[in-house]
Design a protein around this ligand. Structure first.
Ligand code: ZN
Ligand code: ZN
Length: 362
């Protein structure tokens, strides 16, 4: 299970520090500034190649599956269960009417665990009202419209979490600062003077090494129906309070089916992990400056869980624009689009200018 990443143009001449164009596959490079011959650090040894996508597929096939009645939205593609006893319904994300006759049983990986809703729908509505009323720049008629709350649903949103033990072989350069005395000429009172100053330079060394890190509960959302940035802002989730999956928790709420397959979810998790690994590699290189030329990440002992997390979602169409608001079903935290009213902003700016003008006048 390996992944190689390379920063282009991150190779510095070990003699003069000039940027050298790194040519993949080459062993050394001659600096066009000072003529020094630079050895390019190479990753040593072969890392065992394992196909983690196949591995994940095999594992997910062995997972317990369940069948549930889902209806797919023809407009946004979200696939969700229906609220009990509905005769007509709208998509909770884009408000399009759903064709109830199209509801069908789907075979899905059974969630391992979930966080039950902790706040009630009424409490969530109160939090939402408070939040909307604080939106000073929102147009007043929008505030009224979104507080209508027809489209306010409690939904269990699908997530994947991954654990993986990583080991990363890297090559790079460690830069250490040193100072040289530089003399320069300056003119003072019509006389030419020679002065000296300290100039910082960087000496580069080739380095290589390995860092190991165990990642626990990398949480990735398994839906495209909601804006990711708002979902991730609802974190942290109190995952220590997860309970084993039980259908009873779902009654009265909508459950969305995962749209992001397991391997796609793992790709997202890898991106999150990579940033952190890059930081660990830099720390391992040490010195005053670091350049990472290549890193070869092995993801070992991958395990995953399918989770459901509780959110209240409010979707509202206003002047042909969809406004989506999310509320954490555990904490009541609200995230969503902040609509702006042009005239309210204009009025604030005008008031600001008036205050400045008044101060200047005084
Ligand atoms: Zn050079
Ligand atoms: Zn929809």
């Amino acid at each position: 299970m390996t992944e190689t990443s390379t920063d282009s143009n991150t190779f510095a001449c070990t003699n003069c520090g000039a940027d050298l164009k790194y040519k993949p596959g080459t062993q050394f490079l001659t600096c066009e500034y000072c003529g020094a011959k630079n050895d390019i650090p190479q990753i040593e040894g072969e890392v065992e190649e394992l196909d983690f996508y196949k591995y994940l597929k095999d594992k997910s096939d062995k997972e317990e599956h369940v069948t549930a009645l889902f209806v797919k939205c023809g407009t946004c593609g979200a696939t969700a269960t229906l609220e009990p006893n509905v005769t007509s319904a709208k998509c909770p994300y884009c408000t399009s009417p759903l064709v109830l006759e199209d509801a069908k049983d789907e075979y899905v990986i059974k969630p391992k665990s979930l966080l039950p809703f902790k706040i009630t729908k009424d409490q969530a509505k109160d939090e939402f009202k408070k939040w909307v009323n604080k939106l000073w720049f929102a147009p007043n008629d929008l505030k009224k419209a979104i507080l209508n709350l027809d489209q306010f649903k409690g939904i269990y949103i699908p997530f994947w979490t991954f654990n993986t033990d990583t080991s990363t072989d890297y090559t790079g350069q460690c830069g250490e600062h040193y100072y040289v005395t530089d003399s320069y000429t300056t003119i003072k009172y019509g006389k030419s003077l020679t002065k000296t100053r300290q100039v910082q330079k960087t000496r580069w060394y080739s380095v290589s090494g390995r860092v190991n890190h165990l990642f626990d509960d990398i949480l990735t959302v398994a839906t495209h129906s909601l804006p990711e940035k708002y979902i991730y802002r609802l974190e942290p989730w109190d995952l220590e309070n997860l309970v084993p999956y039980d259908r009873n928790y779902l009654s009265g709420f909508i459950t969305e089916k995962y749209q992001v397959e397991l391997d796609e979810g793992f790709d997202i998790a890898k991106k999150m992990v990579d940033e952190e690994i890059r930081e660990l590699v830099r720390r391992d290189i040490g010195g005053d400056e670091q350049r990472v030329i290549s890193s070869n990440i092995s993801y070992n002992s991958i395990t995953f869980k399918h989770l459901l997390l509780p959110m209240f979602v409010s979707a509202y169409f206003f002047k042909d624009k969809l406004f989506l608001f999310l509320i954490n079903g555990r904490t009541g935290e609200v995230q969503g689009e902040r609509p702006y009213s042009k005239w309210k902003i204009g009025l604030t700016i005008a008031a600001g200018i008036a205050v400045i003008a008044a101060i200047v006048y005084i």
